[in-house]
Design a protein. Structure first.
Length: 259
C-alpha cells in the first residue's frame, strides 16, 4: 500500500471530527505553572513579575475559552470570577499545606511540601480547576487535572467537592470521581479510590450521564492505602477510619472503624 492509499483509507475511517481549532493542552499546562508561581512566588520563580504573570494567565485563559466558542462577555465574566477566587484558593492551600505537615511525620517543613509533595501539587491544581468547573467552563478544568494526574499519579476530577485541611499522604494511584464530596480534615493514602459503581443505561444501551455517582466522605475521616469506596448513595460518616484494602459499597455511621 503506497502512502496515498494509506492516507485515503485513514480519512475514510475518521468517524470523529473536531472543530477547526481546538484548545491547546500545552498552553493550559503552562497556565497552571504560571498560577503556581503567582500564588507562591517565593518558591516557584519564572523570571517575570507578578503583573506579567497575571497578564499571561489572562491571555491564555481568554484565548482558550474563546476557542471553545464562548462569547466575549462570558469570557470576561469567567476570567474576572476566576481571578477574584484566587485569594480564597490561596487560603485553602495554606490550610492544606499545614494539614499535610501535621499529618506526615516525614515532612520537615512547609517548603518541602510545596516543592516536593505530589499530593499538594495535585490538590493545588484541583482547587484552581474546580473554580473553572463551577463556572461551567468546559474541558479546560479537566485538562488541568489530567496534567496534574500525568505529573503526580493522582487523579482528582475537577468536579469533586473537597473541604478544608485536605491531606494526601504519598498519593500515587488515588482516584476521586466527579461527584465525590469530601468534608473537612480528611486524610487519604496512596491507592485510594472514591469512585462510582456501574452506571445505569437507557433503553438504547447508552450510559446515563449526570447524577450523584460517587461517595460522600464526612469530616475528620482517615482512609488508608488501597481502600475502595464506591457509589453515589454511599456515605462515610464523620470521624471514621477506613482500613487498608477495604472494599465499601455501603454507608458507614459516624465514628466507625472499618478493617
Amino acid at each position: 500500500m503506497n502512502h496515498s492509499e494509506l492516507l485515503e483509507k485513514l480519512q475514510e475511517r475518521r468517524e470523529i471530527t473536531f472543530q477547526d481549532e481546538v484548545i491547546n493542552r500545552d498552553k493550559i499546562a503552562g497556565m497552571t505553572s504560571l498560577l503556581q508561581s503567582l500564588l507562591f512566588p517565593d518558591f516557584f520563580k519564572l523570571g517575570m513579575g507578578s503583573e506579567e504573570i497575571l497578564e499571561n494567565i489572562e491571555k491564555i485563559l481568554t484565548e482558550q475559552m474563546t476557542i471553545l466558542g464562548m462569547d466575549k462577555k462570558t469570557v470576561r465574566e469567567n476570567t474576572d470570577s476566576f481571578f477574584s477566587a484566587l485569594p480564597e484558593i490561596l487560603s485553602l492551600l495554606n490550610q492544606d499545606i499545614k494539614a499535610i505537615y501535621d499529618g506526615d511525620p516525614a515532612a520537615t517543613s512547609y517548603e518541602e511540601i510545596l516543592i516536593c509533595y505530589p499530593g499538594f501539587r495535585a490538590i493545588a491544581i484541583y482547587r484552581l480547576a474546580h473554580v473553572l468547573y463551577e463556572l461551567s467552563v468546559p474541558i479546560i478544568p479537566r485538562v488541568m487535572t489530567e496534567y496534574a494526574h500525568s505529573r503526580t499519579g493522582i487523579d482528582i476530577n475537577p468536579g469533586a467537592t473537597i473541604g478544608r485541611n485536605f491531606c494526601i499522604d504519598h498519593g500515587t494511584g488515588i482516584v476521586i470521581g466527579e461527584t465525590a464530596e469530601i468534608g473537612d480534615n480528611v486524610k487519604i493514602y496512596q491507592g485510594v479510590t472514591i469512585g462510582a459503581k456501574s452506571f445505569a443505561k437507557d433503553a438504547n444501551g447508552n450510559p446515563v450521564k449526570g447524577g450523584k455517582r460517587h461517595p460522600t466522605i464526612g469530616n475528620n475521616v482517615v482512609i488508608y492505602a488501597n481502600a475502595t469506596i464506591l457509589g453515589g448513595e454511599t456515605r462515610i460518616g464523620n470521624d471514621c477510619v477506613i482500613g487498608s484494602n477495604s472494599w465499601i459499597t455501603y454507608s458507614v455511621p459516624d465514628g466507625e472503624r472499618v478493617r
